[in-house]
Design a protein around this ligand. Structure first.
Ligand code: UDP
Length: 339
């Protein structure tokens, strides 16, 4: 019998790619998603890619009664908790909404997991928990908690809660996965990042400039202390990231207790390097202007990916050119996202 993995936020950008990866690796994903930042069409696309339509609950993870029902109906082996609000700027404007959504959903999940004796959990954390890194590449033991916005603080708080929960119940296996910058899309072009309104993140912004929906990219600052003056990030292909979750489940199957991994490539890329890679990979123009720095941006943020490689065999297979090609393929095939 295939192990059942409950995927919260399984119709979102990273969640949907993870669902595909779970299916490819003989797990049975079960999705819960409240469609707050995703569309039901993602489920049709998952089915087109995998020829399988996972059982899906359109519910809010904060709703304990609904969770009780889902856990009673399904013998869940592990939970991957993607569901959460993630827009940095919005979190500054509406901190309560972020704390309520991200923290309450996690607490509800933990209570119901306890009631049903479900011992395995993977949490979608972020490199944002490192705040302003003292050095790069960032290793997992580096200090966390000095976050720069409420979104990041929810991630740091939840990590802390999960560490305490695991301390109190040594039978629990909990993985905190700190993502760097996910980009790219499934090579089929059927699923990908589908931001609401004007994108905040660099890659969807670039691809919307490429397709003519946005006039030009603003490069936020070219006076950082980096090789070309623009900020450096660790862009990881979402298909690689998705596989990282499957490898982590295999690790949890060995009862490791608490594990923490960076999921990045270990390679830093500047804003202008990413723009140029997109141009070269796709033979399109990306008009841009240099704009003032964006508040809260750190100059350099990239992972040491050694620990994830040594402990779970995680290594990014795709580079930024592959990701630029796949992002563009997705954008061209779905100029208005999923409908
Ligand atoms: N960035 C930019 N123009 C944009 C969006 C982002 O120059 O329209 C830069 C941003 O300042 C940062 C990098 O691109 O240096 C990655 O930003 P993103 O929001 O994608 O991810 P973050 O690393 O902030 O989570």
């Amino acid at each position: 019998m295939k192990k059942k993995i409950l995927v919260t936020g399984g119709l979102g950008y990273i969640g949907s790619h993870c669902v595909i990866s779970l299916l490819e690796n003989d797990y049975e994903p079960i999705i819960i998603d409240n469609l707050s930042n995703s569309k039901i069409e993602a489920l049709n696309r998952i089915e087109l890619i995998s020829h399988h339509r996972p059982k899906t609950y359109i519910e809010d993870v904060r709703d304990e009664e609904k969770l009780e029902k889902i856990f009673s109906e399904n013998d869940i082996f592990a939970v991957i908790h993607f569901a959460g609000l993630k827009a940095v700027g919005e979190s500054v404007e509406k901190p309560l909404m972020y704390y309520d959504n991200n923290l309450v959903s996690t607490l509800s999940l933990l209570k119901v997991m306890k009631n049903h004796n479900v011992k395995n959990l993977i949490f979608s954390s972020s490199a944002t928990v490192y705040g302003t890194p003292k050095h790069v590449p960032i290793v997992e033991d580096d200090p966390v908690g000095e976050t720069t916005n409420p979104y990041g603080t929810t991630k740091a708080f939840i990590e802390r809660i999960l560490i305490d929960v695991q301390k109190a119940d040594k039978d629990m296996n909990i993985a905190l996965l700190r993502y760097f910058n996910p980009i790219g899309a499934h090579p089929s072009g059927l699923i990908g990042e589908d931001p609401k309104g004007i994108p905040n993140n660099l890659m969807p912004y670039i691809s919307q400039v490429a397709i003519g929906k946005l006039k030009q990219l603003s490069v936020f600052g070219n006076d950082y202390d980096t090789r070309d003056g623009t900020c450096i990030r660790d862009y990881i292909h979402v298909v690689d990231l998705a596989l990282g979750h499957v490898l982590t489940i295999k690790k949890l199957e060995q009862n490791p207790g608490l594990v923490i991994y960076n999921l990045g490539t270990g390679v830093g890329t500047s804003v202008l390097e990413l723009v140029n890679a997109f141009k070269e990979a796709n033979n399109v123009d990306i008009p841009y202007v240099i704009a003032p720095r964006r508040a809260g941006d750190v100059s350099q943020c990239f992972a040491s990916s050694d620990k994830a490689f040594n402990e779970i065999g995680f290594k990014a297979k795709y580079n930024i050119y592959d990701a630029c090609r796949d992002s563009w393929n997705w954008q061209k095939k779905n100029p208005n996202g999923l409908n």
